[in-house]
Design a protein around this ligand. Sequence first.
Ligand code: ADE
Length: 420
Amino acid sequence: MDKGENYEVKDISLAEQGRKNIALAEEMMGALMKVRERFEKEKPLEGQTVGLALHVTKETAVLVRTLIAGGAKVSITGCNPLSTQDDVAAALAEEGVNVYAYKGESNEDYYRYIGYIIDSRPTITIDDGLDLVTKIHTDHPDLIPGIIGGCEETTTGVIRLHAMVDDKALKYPMVAVNDNKTKHLLDNYYGTGQSTMDGILRATNLLIAGKTFVVGGYGDCGKGVALRAKGLGANVVVTEVDPFRALQASLDGYRVLPMNEAAKTGDIFLTVTGDKNVITMDHVKLMKSGAVLANSGHFDVEIDKSALEKDSKKTRVRPYMDRYDMSSGKHIYLLAEGRLVNLGAAEGHPSEVMSTSFCGQSLACEYLVKNKGKLENRVYVLPEEIDKKIAELQLEAMGIVHDNLTNEQEKYLHEWKEGT
Ligand code: ADE
């Protein structure tokens, strides 16, 4: 590990590669770069200290530079022990950013680094999965009066925020960035779809065509994964607890089965539900020998790894592929230790979709500053105009022109008397 005054990273000599990767991401993140240009002039985050627990990727580095351009002081750590890109962390460290993260963090280091972010006394928190908010609320409530608000990136974190509100436990305002259309309709769907297949392919190099590919969960992320698996020629099976989503999956052309049945037919299993024990040892026992299991949900709880570890002998066959030989004589493969396969075995979502997600983060910080003292301790969604502006910026960056309503059409939409 390399340590300096402002960092703890795997290898500081990787910084040059990190800078090249960040430059590539900046080229693809046109909308976020437009926000940065404005932030440089207006400095809306002057005087703020932003503490981040986000996947430390080249895209996140573009966000960090944008927050700094807006006048903020920034400290960052990861939000998953396997997702840090060490070259990016090194580049940020060399730029003087407070960064504490490496790929393959122990649980102890993971929480020690969150402690360093808390030590920076953030006035705004940015989370992906809510670990930073949780730690502040449970162990450092003294910090709360100085915090103007926080932003949450992902579905799992937003679900937890609502649980905090229900418990009357939330003590500062939070913006659910995940609930922006320019986040969940793009990042969750196209981002998770592509990056999950990327992770599975990099980990295994398996042929997807002709395989039975079981997707556990048909939310925005599961929908994206099912679509891309189908695109590669898989026979897709969906498992789902929500009747509307199960119906959608069926009408989208997928076979819908309970996991008990799907377990018997699947070659590849991918969980992305946000809940625990979606695949248990009982399911694993029903599976074909050689089945491949992976997860793209935020936490590594969707596949019951500890039960698997009790009953089997584990062998690492490739960097992100472990073989579990069970007492029954059968074996299965688990990818990326059951953690987010798209960030563990690949590089997460492509820059283009992270551009709109992270416009959401930057503009949520600005929103918190503008509304300082006026917000309640609850979960906010950014106003529709901000979300629309993000979409416009990204369309512009991609050179796409869209239509606008004519005056006549606009008027018609507010009319109720005109009929057949
Ligand atoms: N979440 C999923 N993909 C990501 C990426 N590339 N950067 C940061 N967070 C992510």
